[in-house]
Write a protein that binds this ligand. Sequence first.
Ligand code: ADP
Ligand code: MG
Length: 347
Amino acid sequence: MLGHKKYYIIIIVSFTLLIGYLHYKTDPENYVLHDIQTELHYIPLLLAALVFGLRGALLTFAAITVLYMPYFLAAWSDPMFSMYRLFQILLSGCSAFAVAFLAGFLVDRERRHREQAERNRYLASVGRVATTIVHDLKNPLITIIGFTRRLQKGKGDLDSALKSIMESALNMQRIVHDVLDFTRPINLTFSEEDIRNVVNRACDSCRTSAKKQQVTLSVHLPPDPIKARIGKTHLERAIVNIISNAIDASGKDEEVAVNAAHGENGPVIRIKDHGSGMDRETLENIFVPFFTRKHVGTGLGMSIAKKIIDGHHGKIRIKSKVGVGTEMIIELPENFNVGKDKGKAAG
Ligand code: ADP
Ligand code: MG
């Protein structure tokens, strides 16, 4: 934004100087032209008010007044110059001041309101997310404590208890990772991998939840390796987040198909479901942190997935239709090389 502001300053200063130049080049007797030039001052004045608020508007007004002063003083000392003309100049100065003040004041007020509304929204979402995270962590924690107590008392089957404990712990780990990935920049460590392995591992992590929700998870991979330089743990997490959403959106006995292949420009991973699909508002907000349509959802999954894929210089495309389903397509670039095998996806 500061970069843009620099350009606005250049435009405002150039405009003010240009009008001043035209003004002093014009025959002093040519009142009509002088009046037009005086009116032109509203352009930098309003621009300054819009971009910099009250302070910018008043500063520009002061600069214009200083530039205008020699003309005014010369006119004042000229006996031929009529009082009417002076009055006219003073009046347009006053009205320019009023406009600068009012526009700047309104812009500042609007900006303050917007910032306050944004702060309120942010605080509300942080509160909601904190509640969700605690709720999400509470359930697996209860499972872990429950099964451990039973084992301590020598009750229950050891294997199935350990399985449930591990599953719950992994669930907790996923939530913690999501929050951590969101709050700090993602440090990607790149290495040459076979995308098929990453996709397989991601699908394996999702099998339990697919089974629980009675969704069929199918994987379609080519026989040959799909080699690419990637940050494998992070890319896996991005794929897991997308598959989890596809499973959540699907109904009983519906299929989520995961597919990886060599695309025209590099590896392409597709996750397709036949679930609820997304309406326009969801599609527009899907990458906005904390945006969720679920009762228990952090709303961080997709924003993290995007951050990770951006860190790979890749793209996520979404095709979705309400009631028909969704296809998410991850496209990674072919020859993606990162300096020292390290990359950072900004937070
Ligand atoms: P969360 O899963 O915690 O809600 P995400 O960032 O992962 O957060 O997803 C944001 C929202 O995008 C979800 O709440 C859901 O409404 C929508 N969404 C994401 N993927 C799909 C999908 N495959 N089908 C339908 N809706 C989806
Ligand atoms: Mg999700």
